[in-house]
Ligand binder design. Structure first.
Ligand code: CTP
Ligand code: MN
Length: 568
């Protein structure tokens, strides 16, 4: 059998994002920190005990104990063999398995698109600095120089072939077409898609530039022109501003969805750093799913006019099937004729946040919008209202929220609805937590290192020498983590099939109550204990020897030194 090099498997794991991999198969929702939750796909359950850690690149079910890295997940979920899983992941990431030659060019070509788009952004930025009318336009719209720089705003100068002239050569022509910067003429030849426009680079959530929006200066049609769908830009997935929101907020407690580029930027400039916008399309369920991985509250922002209400209703329909306990959705309708950009320049940040504060809840908007569609003064109107509402509520996933909506409906309509069975049980404390006992320093250090491999970088002394069960394993792990960037998931991979695998897996799953900020101290503390133990053992051994025979002068000075520097 052909062996797939271990090194390749590790590289593969580095490329795969376990959260995305799992989310595509089992929709995840963000709960705390970098952890995501869902109902476990490996056993039958009603409440979510399946957790996926982005930092650790590791999943774990508190209910049935299923666990592992991205490879394990795919193997178990899709019932694949190990080599099949590697092949499938390699395909997914566009990597080439070293033993056979195929399909590596996909990721390379993606990379070349990102590179091109980055260079083009810089070109547009340079053009902006040289264009007084473009600068004037941004000034008039109240955008500060700093914000323009932060959002990498630029200017596509007049002319039909700036991009082709500057970037086009035999190898880049196709990529320029692929990323939508050039358009092919029917009669042959190419021209630039964007001309005489303020350019808004669009970043994916990891900060790679994937496309542009371009606004015309002053008036003209179309007002905004966007990059087309390309291999790296899918409008139904991407949200303008998400990268900046994630960057500016350690924890995204809420996200406001606005309509335009300028809204995102104007809000950001005034300190509201959690706005995102779709790009010329309505919000899709996919947008929302992606957002709920990063936040538990979404506020839709719309114009106050009828069009805004209609858009609001459409958004509500998208979000309804996603409404699970623990997430919140609200609707903010602005005064007629205003958008966030115009409003934030008239009002203070506080006033705007006040509006956000007062945004109506999903249930409020829902019942109100339905009531507006039906005539509640007549019985058939009321019946229609109940039917409509009930059909909608039916789409909600089973949750307390659903039950509350049903109760609300029965109250509003004055009809007794046979409500759902109360929930059979609520989950008790997870079993690992309840039987936790204080671990030995070695076990503690080892557990922390498995869960936070980057800790190896904060200990700079040589490791002590200890003859303890498991200490060799610790040293191996430490040295590995010192030399490579690892995640819990990749550590598991390293030990796959080895005798110590079980122990490593167990350590990976241990729940501890150490807050993120205290992890480093705990780790260094445990190592100090281990050093102390090592010293004590040597001292004891030398003293024992001394009671039998005279120590050599070397041993004497060693003992003296140990005793005088003894760690207390
Ligand atoms: N949009 C678009 N194509 C258009 C018009 C609009 O893709 N032809 C998208 C853009 O993403 C834009 C958003 O819809 O940011 C909102 O457009 P609109 O309400 O027309 O403009 P504003 O955001 O108010 O733009 P501005 O303030 O620059 O006039
Ligand atoms: Mn506007």
């Amino acid at each position: 059998m052909e062996q797939i090099p271990r090194e390749f498997i590790q590289q593969l794991l580095e490329r795969v994002e376990i959260v995305d991999l799992i989310d595509a198969r089992v929709p995840l929702r963000k709960k705390s920190g970098n952890n995501y939750f869902a109902c476990c796909p490996f056993h039958n359950e009603k409440s979510a005990s399946f957790s996926v850690s982005q930092n650790k690149q590791f999943y774990h079910c508190f209910g049935c104990g299923a666990h592992g890295n991205a490879i394990d997940f795919l193997m178990n979920h899709e019932h694949l063999t190990f080599p099949e899983t590697i092949e499938s992941l390699a395909k997914l990431t566009g990597m080439e398995i070293p033993r056979e030659k195929k399909s590596a060019h996909k990721s390379i070509s993606h990379q070349s698109l990102y590179d091109l788009l980055t260079q083009i952004t810089q070109f547009y930025q340079t053009q902006l600095r040289q264009s007084p009318i473009a600068i004037q336009y941004l000034k008039k719209r109240g955008i500060s120089g700093e914000i323009a720089k932060e959002f990498c705003l630029g200017y596509a100068p007049p002319g039909w072939d700036n991009i082709r002239q500057t970037f086009g050569n035999a190898t880049t022509l196709q990529p320029l077409l692929d990323c939508g910067m050039l358009i092919k003429k029917e009669e042959g030849g190419y021209y630039d898609r964007f001309r005489e426009r303020i350019m808004f680079p669009i970043h994916d959530k990891r900060g790679r530039i994937i496309g542009f929006g371009g606004r015309i200066l002053e008036t003209g049609e179309p007002k905004y022109l966007n990059s087309p769908e390309t291999p790296v830009f899918q409008k139904g997935h991407e949200l303008y501003g998400l990268y900046y929101a994630l960057r500016a907020n350690r924890q995204l407690t809420r996200v406001i969805i606005v309509e335009g580029y300028m809204d995102v930027i104007a809000l950001f400039q005034q300190g509201i750093t959690y706005a995102v916008a779709t790009m010329g399309t309505a919000t899709t369920a996919n947008h929302l799913q992606r957002l709920f991985r990063h936040t538990s509250e979404i506020i839709f922002c719309f114009d106050g006019d009828q069009a805004g209400r209609t858009a609001g209703w459409r958004a509500l329909q998208q979000v309804f099937p996603l409404m699970r306990d623990g997430i919140q959705v609200r609707f903010l309708f602005l005064p007629d004729g205003e958008d966030p950009d115009s409003l934030i320049r008239k009002e203070s940040k506080e006033q705007f946040e006040q509006r956000i504060q007062q945004a109506v809840s999903l249930s409020h908007f829902f019942f109100q919008a339905l009531a507006n569609q039906t005539d509640l003064t007549h019985m058939d109107g009321r019946a229609r209202y109940v039917k409509l509402a009930n059909d909608f509520i039916h789409q909600l996933p089973d949750s307390f929220f659903k039950k509350m909506m049903q109760e609300e409906l029965s109250k509003k309509a004055g009809i007794h609805l046979d409500s759902l069975q109360p929930r059979a049980h609520t989950k008790t404390l997870n079993p690992v937590l309840t039987k936790a006992k204080p671990p030995s320093p070695l076990r503690l250090a080892m557990m922390l290192l498995v869960q936070y491999p980057e800790l190896a970088q904060c200990y700079h002394e040589p490791l002590p020498q200890l003859e303890l069960k498991g200490f060799d394993l610790f040293c191996e792990l430490f040295n590995l983590a010192k030399q490579h960037r690892l995640t819990t998931g990749s550590i598991l991979e390293h030990w796959r099939g080895r005798e110590e695998e079980k122990l490593i897996v167990k350590l990976a799953q241990l729940e501890h109550m150490i807050p993120q900020g205290g992890v480093e101290n705990e780790f260094l503390g445990a190592l100090k204990q281990l050093n102390k133990l090592a010293q004590t053992l040597i001292i004891e051994r030398l003293l024992a020897k001394a009671s039998q025979q005279e120590l050599s002068s070397e041993e004497k000075s060693h003992l003296n030194q140990l005793i005088s520097t003894k760690i207390v």
